[in-house]
Design a protein around this ligand. Sequence first.
Ligand code: CP
Ligand code: NVA
Length: 305
Amino acid sequence: MSVRHFLTLKDLSKSELKQVIARATELRKMQHAGDIYQPFVGRTLAMIFEKSSTRTRISFETGMGQFGGQALFLSPQSTQLGRGEPIEDSARVVSSMVDIVMIRTFEHEKVEKFAEYSSVPIINALTDDFHPCQLLADMQTFHEHRGSIEGKTVTWVGDGNNMCASFIHAADQFGFELRVAAPYGFEPNPHLVEKYKHCVSVMESVEDASKDSHLIVTDVWASMGQESEQNTRAKRFNPYQVTPALLDKAAPDVLFMHCLPAHRGEEISIDLLDDPRSVVWDEAENRLHAQKALMEFLLQDKIKL
Ligand code: CP
Ligand code: NVA
C-alpha cells in the first residue's frame, strides 16, 4: 500500500475525516478514564520544528508517549537541516529510521518535497499556507459541543492566513458555509476562494459575516514570520476585534474558537476567552486526542492488536 500523508485536509476523504474525529472523541474519553492503550510500542515520531510551538509540540510528544512510542524533537539549530542538507536527502534518511514524521515550517512546498522523498507518513504541523491538524481539533470540538457541523454557518474574522485556508478546506470536507470577514488586502488566497466558491464567501463587514453564525473563529493579526508587520497590521485589523457583543449578533448557540496563542486586546477583547460561548480550552486539549487519532489512522498497518 502506498504511504498516506496529511499535508492538508484534502489528503483524507470526507468519510476518513469523520472517522478520525469520532476516534479522537473516543480517545479523549479513554484518556480521561485513565485507560492505558499502547499500540505504538517501539515506534518513533520525528518532530521537525522550524517555528515555535507550545500546543503542537506538547500534543504530539505526549500523544506518542501515551501510545507507548517515543518522539524526537529536531530543530534546525541542532540538526543538519539548518546547515543546508537538501530536503530530499533528509527525508530519505529520517524516514529510514522512524515510523512517522511531523513538520512545522515556513514554505508549504517544503513539506510537499519531504513527503515526496519519505518512505513514512508526513504530517503538516503548520506551514505558511495551511494548519490542518488544528482543524481536526476544531471539528472535533464543534462536534462534541453541538453535534454535526454539516449545513451550519461558520465565520472567520481577520487575516486570510494559514488557519483561514484550512477552514476553507474544512468547509468543503465537512459541508458547512464559511464566511470570511477580512480587511481589504488581507483576504485568503483568491485561487482557494474561487475553487471553493460553492461553500466560501469573502466580505469586509464583520457584522454581516457574523449574523446568525454557529461558529466564530479568529487568529492573530501577524503570524509567525510576519512579526515586522505587527504595527501596520494592527492599524488595518483594528475593526476586526472579536468581542462578546459580536457573538451576540450570531446564532444563540454560537461557539467561539481560536487556535491560540491569543493576544487579548488585539484580535479578541480582554474578556472574550472567559465568555461561556468560548471553547478554546477544549479546542486546545483536543489537539492531543485528534492527533493521536490521526497517527493511529496513518499507521494503521503497523498497529499490532
Ligand atoms: N495552535 C497551535 O498550533 O499552537 P502552537 O503554535 O503553540 O503549537
Ligand atoms: N496563524 C498563526 C497560527 C499559530 C498556531 C501562525 O501561523 O503563526
